[in-house]
Ligand binder design. Structure first.
Ligand code: F6P
Length: 324
């Protein structure tokens, strides 16, 4: 394979830069030319290709965000716009493409191969960790650490003032991030969309009141953004329990920042594996790299596309014991 393109798309995730670094250096080591596409799929449509060299990825391993920049690109849903992107790929003599991004981005990578036969490899990177086929996405570990750092700080205020706090974390319509932050941050209650029926307002208030009676000086509730309106819930909880209840939305601080060692390592090993498998793959192959049971795997995209990742119910259940 003579020339490879790499792009980042969807929401940025800490560790994407480590993946770009690995892709660029592995491609050059393997004798291939490598170009970066700026602004994700939009950059493909707008022909924003730039040559990458060994030093173009120097000093980025520790940086959050993505040096190639990223966008959500609804235009890529249109066949007409994709045709423009494909012409640009062909005119730039691209023989293989690596797409770094979240669940939505994977469909884009798969489509490129389906419609052009240019092989693609998808590298999962998202703070949501909601990509089927991999136990871990690049950036998730960093976002979890950012989340628990925030919870630790909020707990100081919660216990000093004997308050209840609801902390909303990201995750779109999934609770992977909320579950991990809630579990490792020691939350009393974790509210996630996957098990919405598990908690009524009454049940939440009972748990809180029982905890206070047992001697707890505060309660932390971690809620996924997809669960519902936490401002509403906070007001109702305060009214029923008579306890001061505050809410905090962590927001975009979860997306940025220095990647943890684990997020960097995933970026590096996924990036390496993506290039090696792309070079070995034939025309018309769309692959994904991922982690399964502690091992880096290369998976045929046909086996994973359009499948929904399930939450680890056991971790959700055992947190109820730890929160006693
Ligand atoms: O997919 C990552 C994510 O941060 C979600 O957790 C969140 O819902 C969404 O992106 C926010 O998207 P945007 O950056 O388009 O506001």
């Amino acid at each position: 394979m003579k020339k490879i393109a790499v792009l980042t798309t969807g929401g940025d995730a800490p560790g994407m830069n480590a993946a770009i670094r690995a892709v660029v250096r592995t491609a050059i080591f393997s004798g291939a030319e490598i170009v970066g596409v700026e602004h994700g799929f939009k950059g493909l449509i707008e022909n924003r290709f730039k040559q990458m060299g060994l030093s173009s990825v120097s000093g980025i391993i520790n940086k959050g965000g993505t040096i190639l920049q990223t966008l959500r690109c609804p235009e890529f849903h249109s066949r007409e716009k994709r045709e423009i992107a494909y012409r640009n790929l062909i005119n730039n003599r691209i023989e293989g493409i690596i797409v770094i991004g979240g669940d939505g981005s994977r469909k884009g990578a798969f489509l490129i191969t389906k419609e052009t036969k240019i092989p693609s490899v998808f590298i999962p990177a998202s703070i949501d960790n909601d990509v089927y086929g991999t136990d871990m996405t690049i950036g998730f570990d960093t976002a979890v650490n950012t989340g628990i750092d925030a919870i630790d700080k909020i707990r100081d205020t919660a216990s000093s003032h004997e308050r209840i706090f609801i902390v909303e974390v990201m995750g779109r319509e999934h609770g992977f991030l909320a579950l991990e932050i809630g579990l490792t941050g020691g939350a009393e209650i974790i509210l996630i969309p996957e098990f919405k029926k598990d908690y009524t307002l009454e049940k939440i208030c009972n748990i809180i009141i029982k905890g206070i009676k047992r001697g707890k000086d505060s309660s932390i509730i971690v809620a996924a953004e997809g669960f519902g309106n936490i401002k509403d819930w906070a007001g109702k909880i305060q009214k029923i329990t008579g306890l001061e209840t505050r809410y905090t939305v962590l927001g975009y601080i979860q997306r940025g920042g220095k990647p943890t060692a684990y997020s960097r390592k995933l970026g590096l090993v996924y990036g390496y594996e993506a290039v090696v498998s792309l070079i070995k793959s034939g025309k018309n192959k769309s692959l994904m790299v991922g982690m399964q049971n502690g091992k880096v795997m290369v998976i045929d995209m046909k086996k994973v596309i359009n499948k929904e990742k399930r939450i680890d119910k056991k971790n959700y259940d055992i947190n109820k014991i730890f929160a006693l």
